[in-house]
Each structure stands twice: as structure tokens, then as C-alpha cells.
Design a protein around this ligand. Structure first.
Ligand code: AR6
Length: 527
């Protein structure tokens, strides 16, 4: 942090609204409905079908489960062809003793649709052989891996009800227990899921609109070209191992909700007379720690989780391994459209970390002390919104992209169905340089766009500049200037459009053109 700047400026964080206690977020009792599928029992007893008989749904609206009897293989018995379900093969192989990664590879290869061998577990091998002590590796193989296998074995009784896919255009919530999520993630760890589909396959174009859920790619070493990523991949594997270890020690008892939101109508930004919300701006702190009780932004990919199971290791991927329950959203969340977001309420933080990107390191298990709401979900609400990735960074000032990003932030921040029913005041948004790392956006612009979206959504904003003291000072000076002049959302929108028309289209950044903030100061020069 920059020594001459105060750590934080704007409105003090204490003045922003957060959900920290049960009473902050009042909810009606949980009822399954046409927009809410409750897949778990609650503290009041089981809901939904309530029995433990597995119901298979092999269609375009539900998750295709590895235990489906539709997945079959033929085999020859005494010269006669017969069928065996893939699930029978899975369950007959996974429950065994594991003394090496080789044993794990052998198990997966028994039911994997393609070729599966030890090379595909090179990353997992490296983690166990080089990053763990022999005792830790032995404990994982002899205790944790059989525990994970046990969770897979119990999948049909743990998740007997078909899980709806959260498809494009839907406004729907799924609530699962943390233990159901553990069973599903165990099945992903053993790479058992078939690919998910939301429509008939097109033989010309094998296109899947769901993110990958099986952990295969995570277990493989990155290519030599990306060898800098080897260590951070290993750190992600350690996060997953530590998650299952914690679940094995203490079975979590809470629930988690996943809500897809898809809006058809958006605000009229240009004509809005709404004043700017309160904003706290800080160069220290992170969204997940200092933003406790706020709506925390996941700087997402349209395929939620982005490169978490591959080589990615920036904000979203890190969040997904700190709170591994987020990973299950990849099983049922179809690729997000520009007018959509995913809100996840109730995940637990199991891991601590240090560093970022290639320097990301697991720093041990994390004891999550966040309290829970009346549905027994942790009061941790995360919203996945995917910014636009700019090839040419001047594009971001075009009105069509200003609108794209404003509307994306707005769908993430606006009042959801639950909050409509409960009438609760909305918590602040905890965010930062959304779309400004891997996606190459400009934080000075994204700060204003997110502030405008917060203002129309009726939320305050806590903005973390991630150690950038100069940025914090510039954002704060601009914020105070705009608020001092009572600039409205519409005023600001029109100035942003003028900047594009009068500056961006006339000259290149390299030519020393006037900066966005200098232009805004010129336009709103005060009384
Ligand atoms: N708290 C506050 N700010 C943070 C934090 C944090 N915990 N972590 C990072 N930042 P990036 P994007 C700041 O690149 O550009 C992933 O692969 C930091 O200044 O993750 O929207 C997704 O799956 C960082 O440079 O977000 C997408 O594919 C900045 O936030 C893609 O990246 C941006 O973080 C999204 O890229």
C-alpha cells in the first residue's frame, strides 16, 4: 500500500449495510415453488418427494447423473452379449484400498469413456509426491480417497431427486444441502459425470453449453509452455483435498442456494435522475474478507468458475477453491448470457490463501465463522457476473459496451426474488477491478459503471483496489467530486457517451489524448 495515502476513503464502511446476523436478512419459510427447487431436507424435515428412492431423469432439463441406468456398456459373458450399467462398473471399482495414485488411475480407467492413464493424473501425483509429506500422502490415499469414494457410492440415495438444469433464460433457484454438494463433488472428483446437454445434439456441431465438471483437467500437469502454472495447480488440488478432509471430520449441516437470474427489461440509464449511492473505497482488503456480509462479486467467466479446473488462477478461480461448494454450480449452470447472472448463497470458506496468480498458495484450512440465515445458509452471498473481454481496449467506451457492462452489473445487483418476498433492505456490493485483469478493462471506467448499477439497484458499494493506492485516491477524488455536485446516474451516462464521441473516436490513447477522468472534471467543473 502507498504510504502517503489513507488506506480507505469515501463513506466509512461501517455506514454500509451488511448482513451479519440472522435478523439482518429476514426470510419467509422455505417453500418449493415453480421458481425454487428444494432438493434437500431442511431442519424441519425432508421436503419434496421425501423418500430415498432414486428417480432418474435423462432429458434436456435435468442433470444427467452418473448413476443413471441409461449409461450402459455391453459385455460378453460365455459368448453371450449382455448389458451392464456404467454405475455398476463404477461402484464395483471405487470401493477398494488405495495405496498409490496408480490405483486411482486404474479405477477411473475402468469406466472412463476415453483412454485414461497415469499421465492424466500427473498433477495429482506431483502434489502427493512433492508437495505433501509421505505421511500426508499416505493419509490422503488411505483415508480421504476412500471417504470420497464412499460419498460417490451413496450418490443415488443422497441426491434422489432430479436436479434441474439452470438453463439460459431461466429465473430459477436450486437449494441443496452442503452434504449433497459433497456427494456431487465426490462424483466429479472421480470423473464420473457424463456431459450435460440442454438440447438435442447436433451431429454437425458437437457443442456443449455447460462448463466441465469432472476434475480431470485439474489432475493433469500443465503443458511445458505453461509450466509456471504447475505450482498454483498443485495449490488448487491441496484446497480440494483439504475440503474433503474437513467434510470427513465434520459433516457440514447447512444449505446452499444457486439462483440464475435473467432480466428482460433494463433501466433507462440515459434518463435516470437517481443520485449516486454511498461508496467506500479502499486500497487494502479483499472482497471475500472485508466484504463479509455484502453481496460479493465474482469476476466471472460466462462459464462460471472459468479456468478453475484448468490453469486459471485469478479472482474467480481462487474464490472457487476457497469455497469449493461453488464448483457444483458448473454441473447445472448453462453459459451466462449478457442479461444474466448466478447468485450463490450459503457456501462455506474451507481454505485460506496467500499470493495471487502464479504465486497463489494454499495457506491451510480456514475456519469460517460467518453466521447463518433462517434457512441455515451461511450469510455469504456471491454473484457471478462476467465482464466483456476487450481485445481493443478503446471498444469499452462505445455506448453499446457501456450498456452491456451496466446491464450485466445491474442484473447482478438488483433485488432477487427472495429479497422481494422478504422485503429486506439490500446489502452493499463488495467489488473491485471487475473485468480489469484477464479481461483488460479500465478500472476507472468500471468503478463508475458499477457505482451507477449499485445506485439504480438500491445498494451501496465497497470497492477494493487490491493494493493500488493511486487508483484508490483517483476514484475517491472523482467520487467526492460527483457527489458534491449531485451528479445523477443519467448525467454520468451522458458524459461517458460524450467521452466516446468527442475523444475516443478522434484520437488514440497513445497520442496523449485527454483521460476519462480529466474529461469528466472538464465537463462537471463545479459551481
Ligand atoms: N478482492 C478484490 N480485488 C481483487 C481480488 C480480491 N480477492 N482478486 C483480484 N482482484 P480478474 P477479470 C482484482 O483478472 O478481468 C478468470 O479466469 C485485481 O486487481 O480475475 O474480470 C475468470 O474465470 C485483479 O487484477 O478478473 C474470467 O475468465 C482484478 O481484480 C476472467 O478471469 C481483476 O481480476 C475474468 O477476468
Amino acid at each position: 500500500p502507498d504510504a502517503v495515502m489513507p488506506d480507505s476513503t469515501g463513506v466509512p464502511i461501517e455506514q454500509l449495510r451488511r448482513y451479519l446476523m440472522l435478523s439482518d436478512f429476514r426470510l419467509n419459510s422455505m417453500q418449493p415453488s415453480s421458481h425454487h427447487t428444494v432438493l434437500c431436507g431442511t431442519t424441519q424435515g425432508p421436503l419434496g418427494p421425501g423418500n430415498q428412492v432414486y428417480v432418474d431423469a435423462w432429458d434436456y432439463d435435468h442433470v444427467r447423473m452418473p448413476c443413471s441406468s441409461r449409461l450402459r456398456r455391453t459385455r460378453m459373458v460365455n459368448g453371450q452379449q449382455s448389458f451392464v450399467t456404467r454405475w455398476e462398473i463404477i461402484t464395483s471399482h471405487i470401493t477398494r484400498q488405495y495405496s498409490s495414485v496408480n490405483d486411482f488411475a486404474e479405477v477411473i480407467s475402468a469406466y472412463h469413456p476415453g483412454i485414461f492413464n497415469m499421465t492424466m493424473l500427473s498433477g495429482l501425483s506431483r502434489t502427493l509426491n512433492e508437495d505433501c509429506s509421505p505421511a500426508e500422502a499416505k493419509f490422503f490415499l488411505s483415508t480421504i480417497l476412500p471417504f470420497i469414494a464412499g460419498l460417490v457410492f451413496e450418490l443415488p440415495s443422497a441426491c434422489p431427486t432430479p436436479i434441474p438444469l439452470l438453463k439460459s433464460g431461466m429465473n430459477h433457484t436450486i437449494t441443496l444441502s452442503q452434504m449433497q454438494i459433497a456427494h456431487l463433488l465426490a462424483a466429479a472428483f472421480f470423473c464420473t459425470f457424463p456431459k450435460q446437454r440442454s438440447h438435442e445434439p447436433d451431429p454437425e456441431n458437437e457443442h456443449y453449453s455447460f462448463p466441465e465438471i469432472n476434475f480431470e483437467r485439474l489432475f493433469m500437469l500443465p503443458s511445458v509452455k505453461k509450466s509456471k502454472r504447475t505450482q498454483c495447480k498443485s495449490e488448487k488440488i491441496k484446497c480440494i483435498m483439504s475440503y474433503f478432509h474437513k467434510v470427513q471430520e465434520t459433516r457440514p449441516t447447512g444449505l446452499v442456494s444457486f439462483s440464475r437470474r435473467s432480466l428482460e427489461e433494463f433501466p433507462n440509464w440515459e434518463n435516470s435522475t437517481v443520485q449516486l449511492s454511498k461508496a467506500f473505497i479502499s486500497q487494502t482488503g479483499t472482497i471475500e474478507t472485508e466484504g463479509v456480509g455484502c453481496l460479493q462479486v465474482d469476476f466471472a467467466n460466462k462459464n462460471v468458475g472459468g479456468g478453475v479446473l484448468g490453469e486459471g488462477c485469478v479472482q474467480e478461480e481462487i474464490r472457487f477453491v476457497l469455497n469449493p461448494e461453488l464448483l457444483v454450480s458448473r454441473l447445472f449452470t448453462e453459459c451466462l448470457e449478457p442479461s444474466e447472472c448466478l447468485v450463490i448463497t450459503g457456501t462455506q470458506q474451507y481454505n485460506g490463501y496467500s499470493g495471487y496468480g502464479d504465486d497463489f498458495r494454499w495457506s491451510g484450512p480456514h475456519n469460517d465463522t460467518v453466521s447463518s440465515d433462517s434457512w441455515n445458509r451461511k450469510l455469504t452471498q456471491i454473484v457471478a457476473i462476467d465482464a466483456y473481454m476487450f481485445g481493443d481496449t478503446d471498444e469499452q467506451y462505445k455506448p453499446k459496451f457501456l450498456l452491456r457492462e451496466l446491464n450485466k452489473a445491474y442484473v447482478g445487483f438488483c433485488r432477487g426474488l427472495e429479497e422481494m418476498e422478504s422485503g429486506t433492505n439490500l446489502s452493499a456490493v463488495a467489488t473491485g477491478n471487475w473485468g480489469c485483469g484477464a479481461f483488460r478493462g479500465e478500472p476507472r471506467l468500471k468503478f463508475l459503471l458499477q457505482l451507477m448499477a449499485c445506485s439504480l439497484a438500491g445498494r451501496d458499494m465497497a470497492y477494493f483496489t487490491f493494493g493500488d493506492g493511486r487508483l484508490q485516491a483517483e476514484l475517491c477524488a472523482m467520487y467526492e467530486h460527483l457527489v458534491g455536485l449531485s451528479v445523477s446516474v443519467g448525467d454520468l451516462y451522458r458524459i461517458l457517451c460524450l467521452f466516446h464521441r468527442d475523444v475516443v473516436t478522434k484520437s488514440k490513447k497513445q497520442e496523449g489524448r485527454v483521460s476519462l477522468y480529466a474529461f469528466i472534471y472538464q465537463c462537471f467543473s463545479g459551481p
